[in-house]
Design a protein. Sequence first.
Length: 403
Amino acid sequence: MTDAFIYDSVRSPRGKGRPGGSLHAVTPLNLAAQMLRAIQSRNAIDTADLDEVVLGCSTPIGEQGAVLARTALLMADYCETVSGLHVSRFCASGLDAVNIAAAKVMSGEADFTIGGGVESMSRVPLGSDGGAWMTDPSAAFQTYFVPQGISADLLATKYHYAREALDAFAATSHAKAVAAWDEGRFKNSIVPVCDQLGRVVLEVDETIRRETNAAQIGKLEPSFASIGEADPGFDTLALMKYPEVERIIHSHHAGNSSAIVDGAAAIMIGNDIIAKKYQLRPRARFVGCASIGSEPTMMLTGPVTVTSKLLNRLGLTPDDIDIFEVNEAFASVVLHFADSLHIPMEKINPNGGAIAMGHPLGATGAILVGTALDELERTGGSKALITLCVGAGMGVATVIERV
């Protein structure tokens, strides 16, 4: 096996995922192509040396479909010999794309790859592609399907996370994100997004609320109570799967759940042959990756299981990891992760997360890799672990080590 190194990482700022958002007029194709152009120009790479571009996209339909990675690399003026691969694993699509790009290098199949992701949630709304799990009654009944918001409320209820704890965590995510932007912690990776005339339309993450506090968030109404408590509602189905829970307390809302946004990212990966040719300095190497399936009704516990699996495989413990980037799909996901693995909160998402900055589904995993790398370099840390929960009950994790 060959070491796979990260040589560079770029991401867009994240725009509000609705028609009024700053990135709504930018197509997902254009958004992805801008990240690919940026990473090529920053490193003066001849793209004829690239083997593969792998992009995650959670909702590959319409203008996000048809192997968007291939079209995006052509739009970015990459050499036509570069192949493109489109990956979808719901929220972990971007991390899976990076892992696959790294695995191709580690296996010797490729010398030079790019992994990343894109999602334009303002243009291609969540769930646009349908799917048998939620639309086929036989599948929904057999697997006790509930929407993910119900799963989050079930998780919080079963493991006793009160609304106040969820709101406090959410407020902290915003405070950390504000501090990170104010201190310039993202400046090395952010690529401003331009419109078709070349005018900058977004330079910073658009959903951060500078003055947010737990008291303000506490005034928001629960988002999933109506679909849960209807007669019959999804609560009934979830409680059939978890009869030990007397009733579900609905405590998640827009303020303590991930923001819906548009965004894209790209990670440049290669072996030492590429480093020598272009005189690139490796910034990190891939230590290992893992994926798992988890119980599909609860759906959100995957980060705990996959982290344990990966650390055991690598002969590491949580103490060996300096930074954990855990996607903030919902506040309860991160609290449960920290408690289950006995990880101090100060090691988790030190620059805030998706509650503050948003979760562009197919891009988030790649964004988190870049965020973890920047933070390792800023703090002098050695290893970081990146993990996301996944719809239908899955989890993906990756460990990188600073070089």
